[in-house]
Write a protein that binds this ligand. Structure first.
Ligand SMILES: Cc1ncc(COP(=O)(O)O)c(C=O)c1O
Length: 393
């Protein structure tokens, strides 16, 4: 039995008549960029998240970029962000001429280690950019307290966590901005590139809105330099069809995660990550007694499981497991094999191997398993059986 990491056809196929209708509506409208379809989707997204304002943009990357621009981040500024994340988080900071100052991660939730963030602050620090990695919110009380204390702006990179909650509130609605990606593999996936910015601040919303279209207001008058960050009407119309199903998709992901944990936690050598190991503390590089560690959700978080990510301890073991699964036709992925402070393009920032012990360890231990909502239970059982075989059970 082959098990694919993803199957986007299953989800979109189930909505084909509505998606088709939305496509025809846009086709026949003759209006393809921004406009009524985008505004309708923005209203629906604001309602879903509880944010006062939602702004459709061209991608999750451009959402981060426009948020940083609206906050006036630029040369001479420093922005705290995790080193264990997708490139876009820090890439946007660097593109604006500011310095991404990397922060180590929590070994339990994979999110920003706030004690490390506090240590890395300087008088140049202007903002903090937590990422709600894999669908679980970062410690936002801690982020907001640090931001208040030190006068920082907060951008929540919610690319992987639309619909996730933190103490009952939607991820992406707690900072100055939340940024969302609708990349096709995300929990709410477009049929191409798309993204959004959330905010509760009217002035910031207006600034982001103008920056989305070359800083132009009114037409052909430019008081600011913006970019081309517009959302297509077609993507907005298609996303509006899928948004009402997002909670159902998240529930299916939760069910799949629970199934993995129930099966895998029975295996000798397995351990579910202990929330008491967090507080986002440094676990250092001490060897873990478990052979593999299963992901967990904090009780105060509504986890949306964009990824189900194991940690496989022991030198070379993660890569051996991945090769074993691949040989059996089981898809998996490594998010992320190289922390950002070790990326060639950031070599000039002054960070080196050894500076972020938890993130470096995670990069060598993590492996994400198939978890998309439509994944049949028997395929999850098949993946678990293969993992059991690998560990000799
Ligand atoms: C954490 C994180 N930030 C930003 C992005 C960028 O989103 P997009 O691919 O829509 O530009 C992604 C997408 O993979 C992501 O995972």
């Amino acid at each position: 039995m082959n098990v694919n990491l993803l199957d986007l056809k299953a989800q979109n196929g189930a909505l084909e008549p509505e998606l088709h209708e939305a496509f025809l509506r846009v086709l026949r409208s003759g209006h393809f960029i921004l406009g009524a379809e985008v505004e309708r989707f923005e209203r629906a997204l604001a309602e879903f998240t509880g944010a006062k304002y939602a702004l459709g943009v061209s991608s999750g990357t451009d959402a981060i970029l426009v948020a940083l621009m609206a906050l006036g981040i630029g040369p001479g500024d420093e922005v705290l962000c995790p080193t264990f994340t997708f490139f876009a988080t820090a890439g946007c900071v660097a593109r604006l001429g500011a310095k991404p100052v990397f922060v180590d991660s929590c070994p339990v939730c994979f999110n920003l280690d706030l004690r490390d963030a506090a240590r890395r602050m300087t008088p140049k620090t202007k903002a903090i950019l937590p990422v709600h990695l894999f669908g679980q919110a970062a410690d936002m009380d801690g982020v907001l307290a640090l931001a208040r204390e030190r006068g920082l702006r907060v951008i929540e990179d919610t690319a992987q966590a639309i619909g996730a909650t933190y103490r009952g509130k939607q991820a992406g609605t707690l900072g100055d901005f939340g940024t969302i990606s609708f990349f096709p593999t995300k929990n709410l996936g477009a049929l191409g590139d798309a993204g959004a910015v959330l905010t509760n601040d009217q002035a910031l919303f207006e600034r982001a809105r103008v920056l989305r279209m070359h800083g132009m207001e009114p037409k052909y008058y430019h008081a600011h330099i913006g970019g081309c960050f517009r959302l297509d009407a077609l993507q907005a119309a298609l996303l509006a069809v899928k948004l009402p199903h997002l909670n159902t998709y998240a529930a299916a992901r939760r069910r799949n995660a629970a199934l993995y944990t129930a099966q895998l936690s029975k295996l000798p050598g397995a351990r579910v990550a202990r929330t008491e190991d967090c507080g986002c503390v440094h676990a250092g590089t001490a060897p873990d007694v478990a052979r593999f560690v299963l992901p967990t959700a904090y009780p105060h978080n509504g986890h949306t499981w964009n990824q189900y990510t194991l940690r496989v301890t022991g030198a070379g073991q993660r890569d051996a497991l991945r090769a074993f699964l691949t040989a059996r036709g089981i898809g998996s992925e490594i998010y992320y094999p190289v922390p950002l402070h070790e990326q060639k393009c950031f070599a000039g920032l002054g960070f080196k191997r050894g500076d972020f012990p938890v993130a470096e360890r995670l990069a060598g231990e993590v492996i994400s398993l198939p978890i998309y909502p439509e994944l049949p239970a028997e395929q999850i059982e098949h993946v678990c059986a293969a993992i059991a075989e690998f560990f000799g059970n």
